[in-house]
Design a protein around this ligand. Structure first.
Ligand SMILES: [Zn+2]
Length: 125
């Protein structure tokens, strides 16, 4: 069974070695979806939605919201942001009955990237 929760955060960035609108400093309202895959626990849950919200807030949103993303990532594309979120959240969401399945990061309402476990090595330079 899959369990998903979405979040938003506001952040600024500028992309280097890039010629387009994202080259200059600007901000986005990013949307994040965290999806877990797992079995039901004794309480009938994959993971308590409230606990998932607390983990995502504490581990990633507290650092990304209203931040300058270039302070965290050298090239803060949606792809790199998604990979960073995966790496930060994964240790906190690996449980006996569930694991992180998918991270999706929308940079705009119409554009997103999706990352799964098997993509981690594929996107590493
Ligand atoms: Zn941008």
């Amino acid at each position: 069974m899959y369990l998903k929760r979405t979040f938003t955060f506001d952040a600024a960035h500028n992309l280097i070695h890039y010629h387009g609108k994202c080259e200059a400093l600007h901000g986005h309202t990013y949307r994040l979806a965290v999806t877990l895959k797992g079995r039901l626990d004794s309480e009938g849950m994959v993971l308590d939605f409230v606990e998932l919200k607390t983990i995502v807030n504490d581990i990633v949103l507290s650092r990304l919201d209203h931040a300058y993303l270039n302070d965290i990532l050298e090239q803060p594309t949606a792809e790199h942001i998604a990979r960073w979120i995966w790496q930060e959240l994964n240790p906190h969401l690996s449980r006996p009955n569930c694991e992180l399945h998918e991270i999706e990061v929308w940079e705009t309402a119409s554009s997103s990237v999706i990352i799964h476990r098997e993509d981690l090595t594929a996107v590493r330079e």
